[in-house]
Design a protein around this ligand. Sequence first.
Ligand code: ADE
Length: 234
Amino acid sequence: MTSTPHIDPKGVDIAETILLPGDPLRAKFIAETYFDDIRCFNEVRNMLGFTGTYQGRPVSVMGTGMGIPSISLYSYELIHHFGVKNLIRVGTCGAMQENMELYDVVIAQGASTDSNYLQQFDLPGQWAPLSSYRLLEKAKRVADERGQRTHVGNVLSSDVFYGADPDALGRWMKMGILAVEMESAGLFANAAAAGVDALGIFTVSDKIGSDVKTTPEERQTAFTAMIEIALDLA
Ligand code: ADE
């Protein structure tokens, strides 16, 4: 397959390991900051994708847009049409537990969701979307070696950013959900259905119920730690 409805690599390879930030300009920044031998593999809808090498190993990065529908269609095409095997979402999350601080790193062991995306798999019960233990274990080890504060556990992939029910997140918090984001459950489901590996690594950009603001410098430092952990998985 040379191209799909949303990805037209024009002959540029896509690596087996890909980092997936939501923002395509973040993808460009990651490629320009960390990769050697950079080639752009996608410009369709400005959802920029790049392939290069990191410490001599091939790696790609591509924006996914926001929300489960968007990451699901890109991850589906990457897995089924371009042979991608390790899909690592990198992004921000809203922390939901007391012991969490801004800029902590969250590694998603699982992703609960209020989305209906999982219905399509027609399972006779509730299925728990999990990340790849192989990637999770390595990411945790790399983070520990860097002295990075991490939280590993269940995140909420929510379809709702501006919610009508002010108590909804509280009910998820009581079930031990660490943080809210908007994509991982779709990514983990697609990966599991195809037998490939996926992981989500996040920096805490906000705390639910608090209005503490972060500075661009602080965000950049935290972002760098998360990306370097993810790149070590390549
Ligand atoms: N990503 C970062 N913060 C978030 C929040 N509060 N809700 C959903 N996604 C997020």
